[in-house]
Design a protein around this ligand. Structure first.
Ligand code: UDX
Length: 445
């Protein structure tokens, strides 16, 4: 056995969405024999041909590599994929129900499939973000299906902490690996699975299943809390004359706080924070604890979009007949994802109020247009700004920082910028003659 295949395991990954596909290529890169399973035949056919279904830096290269090495295959046949595997990852979606509660039907279906087709010593790993207590439900489902105890089938929690746009890097070189298991066998299997990362010095946090499940929600809610905290501070700074960027720098210089996730702006979006926060609130309520702080995080996040809208109104007076250019449509730079993007919330509100909205984003335009057909699209930032009465910076793509602001100013009907991500500096914008509205810093009219 070569060094590379030493300890190689047979792994199945059920669900090839963002988390599932990144898990597939990472584990294959770690030397394991991986099969990715998805019910969507067209998607599986495309993956088999090496076509990635979404934009994620580095994913295409790693897919090409692991496919050509024969370490990764894809299938629609969950039964046979599960049958000969030592470890099966659950990476199916857990979308929100109308109540905010996570819909776990897909997770239950995998549990039933595992009971039917899995080996008696299978390790089942929860990778999807699930409420605490899900592992217990999975165990009970397996036992009910088998009409016996779960026997040697082991359930383990191994939450992902992937950020879109850096998911491959986060997965290949994670800041930590979290494993929740209730038996030494579960922990031992996961140590073998992640042997390469552990040899490279990645910290491993081993705990029980319920703690691991809860830790994922706790971490995401805390990050969202930091963002909402700084956005509420931005509102206070705007009213008092303080500068939120400087305040965040002071706060961040305290190692107990840290500077990360203290950038005020249009607020958070994406498929994780909004959904996980709702699910966490629901989980706490179900457990008998009201957690209004979580509701405040969401409220302040919505207020961040209102605050930008107020600035556009203040700058333009009436919105009817005005042309507003949105720079960035994705929920953050480095992704084409527009799910829960604050830029799209803003676009809808501006259109409702009678403005013509033109958007530009290097990656996310097709998705945005599908969501908001009235949105006009432009081929770059300058084209979007042409004849616009106001530019709103919604997503801090690096290319916006590099634009020639003199050219931008000349192309616009009014030289007005509402900076929803504090990409530019107030002094610079003042000297160029812009009417400039930053976030949590002093406006210059
Ligand atoms: C997040 C978590 O970081 C990750 O650990 C988890 O697994 C999934 O959710 P992601 O949704 O990809 O990852 O985005 P992230 O980079 O964390 O940013 C989330 C949102 O917060 C973005 O909309 C971003 O613009 C916003 N944000 C971030 C701020 O508004 N201010 C900040 O200071 C930081």
């Amino acid at each position: 056995m070569s060094d590379e295949t030493r300890g190689a395991m047979r792994v199945g990954v059920i669900g090839t969405g963002h988390v599932g596909l990144v898990t597939c290529v990472t584990l294959a890169e770690f030397g394991h024999d991986v099969v990715g399973v998805d019910a969507d035949e067209e998607k599986v056919a495309r993956l088999q041909e090496g076509k990635v279904p979404f934009f994620e830096p580095g994913l295409q290269q790693l897919l090409d590599k692991t496919l050509s090495q024969g370490r990764l295959t894809f299938s629609t046949d969950a039964a046979s994929a599960i049958a000969d595997r030592e470890i099966v990852f659950i990476c199916v979606g857990t979308p929100p129900r109308a109540s905010g509660e996570a819909n776990l039907v897909a997770v239950e279906n995998v549990a039933r499939q595992v009971a039917k087709d899995g080996s008696s010593s299978l390790i089942v790993v929860e990778k999807s973000t699930v409420p605490t207590g899900t592992a217990d439900r999975i165990r009970r489902t397996i036992a009910l299906e088998m009409r016996a105890s779960v026997g040697g089938i082991e359930v383990v929690s191994n939450p992902e902490f992937l950020r879109e746009g850096t998911a491959i890097e986060d997965s290949l070189r994670p800041s930590r690996i979290l494993v929740g298991a209730d038996s030494p066998r579960g922990h031992a299997a996961m140590r073998r699975l992640y042997a390469r990362s552990l040899e490279e010095g990645t910290p491993l946090i081993e705990t029980n299943i319920k703690t691991a499940e809860l830790a994922k929600h706790a971490a995401n809610a805390f990050l969202a809390l930091k963002i909402s905290y700084v956005n509420a501070l931005a509102r206070v700074c705007e009213r008092t004359g303080a500068d939120v960027v400087a305040v965040a720098d002071v706060m961040g210089s305290d190692p107990r706080i840290g500077r990360a996730f203290l950038d005020a702006g249009l607020g958070y979006g994406g498929f994780c924070f909004p959904k996980d926060l709702d699910a966490f609130e629901h989980l706490a309520a179900q457990a008998g604890y009201d957690f209004p702080l979580l509701r405040e995080i969401r409220r302040i996040n919505e207020e961040a979009v209102d605050a930008v809208l107020v600035k556009v109104r203040e700058g333009l007076w009436n919105l009817e007949g005005k042309r507003v250019a949105l720079f960035g449509l994705a929920f953050k730079p480095g992704t084409d994802d527009i799910r829960f993007s604050p830029a799209l919330s803003l676009a809808r509100r501006l259109i409702e109020e009678g403005a013509t909205v033109v958007g530009y984003d290097p990656e996310a335009m097709a998705g945005a247009k599908e969501e908001i057909p009235e949105l006009e699209l432009a081929s770059d930032g300058y084209a979007a700004a042409a004849d616009a009465h106001c530019v709103v910076i919604c997503t801090e793509w690096a290319e916006f920082r590099d634009m020639d602001l003199n050219v931008l100013s000349e192309m616009m009907a009014y030289p007005m910028v509402v900076d929803g991500r504090n990409v530019f500096g107030p002094d610079e914008m003042r000297s160029l003659g812009f009417t400039y509205y930053p976030t949590g810093r002093q406006a210059i009219a």
